[in-house]
Design a protein around this ligand. Structure first.
Ligand code: NAG
Ligand code: ZN
Length: 446
């Protein structure tokens, strides 16, 4: 039916009107949702994401409203798409809207709808891997910019959008390399927006920091012996003593969360993720032998305001003491401070004008903002904060259960559409911002 109407107009009205019809068509809710579904249907699940298809889709979207686009492959076959809307004063620090194009895998059989079908049910819930994490955000940025362009808005500051690969496998080939590159440097980024988490309440959840992963492995040796003999200094006993100590520490941190004194992201979390010990037999393990070695692995997450020195001492003196024949190493150990030695966090008070702008911009179209939080896991935002750049994790998803990496991940179409309005407001505020403190020199040059 729509085609019929458009064709008739085509025959009898000037092309200006056709443009208006086409552009209203591009902005009607059903087309907006259809584009979101199209992006969701591209299977970018690790470990074999369809990066090429995703890149082509994003570039075609950008072209449809004349955004400049570049494809950069820091690693072959892993494209990063960089889009640009030039500001009227490109000398001012710019805005970077970041999103990752990959998603985690999905177990198809356990979903009620196919994870790459983007099926919408009668309630308007759209089911797909990536509907929350974070293809929604990438598309919402684009839709918000499409609308701002159509409204005649002119950004003062340049706006960049990065669609990065590999976040779900650590981000080294994507945001990691990008944030340290000359390409990034010349963008002169003042503020980065990246992903947050869905909120089951009506308040959106902003994130100003994240915990650094410390992946610890502790090992011990001890005298081997008969399984029937009771004696001191076995490897198993040594390891168990450490595990008990670590468990007590874990409980003390968890108690703070349970008592409501700290949020998830504000404590040091420790979880045992592997145990390796025993003497293998051809079919199983030898049962009457106490092994001479044992080892265990822990995923530790450290908030930026923790004291890394005291945690390091705790590990060396209590969790893996040489007096119990223990050694330890880290599979990964991210710093708690950026390259300028400042704690890895973005200020959420008056000292950071971007924060104040965000607060006001979310409220203007009726959005509600919760208290800023520390992200409990990791995102690409840490790479930008490491460069000393302000970064806020924010996904405009309220009234929605958090189904990141879970079965039946979904987003309601109304929530998605509302999110576009929120971004429109934020981008407008960020891109128009004149900083009386910092921008004087670059404004004087004009
Ligand atoms: C350390 O290991 C050696 C054997 O490797 C053992 O003889 C000794 O008793 C162990 N000491 C402790 C404290 O476990
Ligand atoms: Zn994500």
């Amino acid at each position: 039916m729509k085609f019929g109407i458009r064709n008739t107009l085509h025959l009898c009205l000037p092309s200006l009107l056709i443009l208006i019809v086409l552009s209203t068509e591009a902005s009607d809710p059903s087309s907006i949702i259809a584009r979101f579904q199209q992006y969701l249907q591209i299977n970018t699940a690790q470990p074999n994401p369809e990066y090429k298809q995703a890149a082509e889709f994003i570039i075609s979207q950008a072209k449809s409203f004349s955004l400049e686009s570049h494809t950069i492959e820091f690693v072959n076959g892993k494209p990063l798409i960089l889009l640009k809307w030039l500001g009227t004063n490109p000398a001012l620090p710019s805005i970077l809207l970041n999103s990752h194009t990959d998603v985690v895998p999905a177990e198809h059989q356990k979903w009620t709808h196919h994870p790459f079908g983007a099926h919408m049910d009668d309630n308007g819930n759209i089911y797909a891997r990536g509907s929350q994490d974070m293809k929604c955000v990438g598309m919402q940025y684009l839709e918000a910019i499409r609308r701002l362009k159509a409204s005649g808005f002119q950004p003062l500051r340049s706006i960049h959008l990065s669609f990065v690969p590999d976040e779900e496998i650590g981000g080294n080939a994507g945001a990691g390399t990008f944030s340290q590159s000359e390409v990034f440097n010349i963008l002169n980024v003042g503020i980065v927006l990246d992903e947050g988490l869905p909120s089951p309440s009506e308040n959106y959840r902003p994130f100003y920091a994240e915990r650094s992963p410390w992946w610890l492995v502790i090992r011990t040796t001890g005298a081997p012996g008969h399984g029937a003999k009771l004696y001191d200094n076995t490897a198993m006993e040594n390891l168990l003593k450490s595990i008990e100590t670590i468990r007590r520490f874990r409980a003390s941190q968890f108690d703070l969360v349970k008592a409501g004194l700290r949020a998830d992201g504000e404590v040091v979390s420790v979880n045992m993720v592997f145990l390796k010990a025993g003497t293998p037999s051809p079919t199983d393990f030898v049962m009457n032998l106490q092994p001479s070695e044992a080892e265990a692995g822990f995923d530790i997450r450290v908030p930026p305001n923790a004291d890394p020195g005291s945690l390091e001492r705790r590990i060396a003196e209590e969790w893996a003491p040489t007096s119990r024949n223990m050694t330890f190493s880290f599979k990964q150990k991210e710093p708690l401070h950026d390259k300028f030695g400042k704690p890895f966090l973005t200020a959420t008070d008056r000292s950071n004008p971007w924060w104040t702008l965000l607060e006001d911009a979310v409220r203007k179209p009726g959005g509600k903002l919760g208290k800023p939080e520390i992200f409990p896991a990791s995102t690409d935002a840490c790479y930008f904060r490491e460069q000393g750049i302000a970064a806020i994790g924010f996904s405009p998803i309220a009234n929605t259960p958090n189904l990141l990496h879970d079965h039946n991940e979904f987003l309601n179409q109304d929530e998605y559409l509302k999110g576009i309005e929120i971004y429109e407001s934020i981008i407008k505020a960020f891109a128009s911002f004149v900083d009386p403190e910092r921008d004087r020199s670059s404004t004087d040059e004009l």
